[in-house]
Design a protein around this ligand. Sequence first.
Ligand code: AMP
Ligand code: MG
Length: 413
Amino acid sequence: MISANEAKNIIIDSTILLDPEKVCLIDSINRFSSEDIKTKINLPLWDNSSMDGFAFKLKENFELKNESVNQFKIVGSLFPGDSYLPKIKDGEAIKIMTGAPIPYGANCVIPIENAKTFEIEDSSYVLFTTEPKLGNNIRRKGSDFIIGENIISVGQKIRPYDIAKLAANGIAVIKVYSRPKISILATGNELVKPGMKLNKHTIYDSNSLSIASMVKEAGGIPNIIGIAKDEISSIEANLRNALDSDAIICSAGVSVGDRDYIKDVIEDQGKINFWAVNIQPGKPFLYSHIQGRGKSIPFFGLPGNPVSVMVLMIKYVIPSIIKMQGDNNIHPKTIIAKLDEQIVNNSKRNMFARVKVKNIDGKLIASPYQNHSSHIISSFSESNGLANVPENCKILKAGAEVEVEVFDNSNIL
Ligand code: AMP
Ligand code: MG
């Protein structure tokens, strides 16, 4: 039996990055760039006004109170998008709107709110009511980005703010790593699809949906294949529908029960990387590679108990799915919290105990969920982290510090 860390290393080391694909900017959101992207233009492209106001040439002898210099003849107006750029002379001003290019000869813009206009004969004039300073309200060429600057790096997650940068640079299509197509298979004679009628001693297949939703949340494309009977032929037939995917996640039938056939089927079809991991919950955990159509496909054989499924998904499967998409940041967020009640680990294995971490006056306190059984689905909705209890630790006492992998940090921020 291998350790928790060995299992993680085997999975991560054997996870292969998917091929990049070109996508429209909007479809790149939350995906990972497969290229470094440099700016193609300066931003702003040219000096322009940050206010609706008046552009003019501020001279050294300017004085707010001196009517002979604080008086500018308005010689036109400029709007964003105007292609013609006028030139102004000393004593002239141009009415300018936000985003319009600064006319030749101007070195200052005064906002409309700080200007007074008046007429003398047929001409319009403006004077200023606040002290103008050289360069006021001019957005300089290249003050945001300079041509050739790196704005996206390989492996970077694309967020809305990055989309803003890319679009502002005129980039419409970028290359990101493909999203993995993940086939999900449940096995068990007792299983019924949610929404259908239960027969005697049957239960709903919750694993397929919990796995699919976690895959989706992690950026993968889940494909629920269905429910296989606990029969070799049924498992094989279902697996044939999964051979085009980038990974297969199967639940149940992987242990040592009389009708647990997953290991037999997989042994026939490929190479088993490991079968049992020294963890609690989730010990019967099979990781292998089977021959798909033209490629080798990672196969995750999880046990059937819903809690084991979710723990193994968080600890092992999701990091692999994230790595396939090119994320540089696959390591989970862990925190150190103080236990407010003891955790008993009777398993002699590395235990991942469900805990609820709270931030109480800046201190992180972890309350363990008391029922550690693998069928208690409700324990998960009451928890937000998995505390790491080493295999040789029988009791982790109240007050002890524990490392917690947080899967929902909304309570502790
Ligand atoms: P197994 O791993 O086949 O021994 O199953 C362990 C436990 O998980 C049994 O109680 C099963 O009924 C239950 N189980 C198996 N598959 C599912 C599933 N898809 N959804 C919910 N429970 C399941
Ligand atoms: Mg079973």
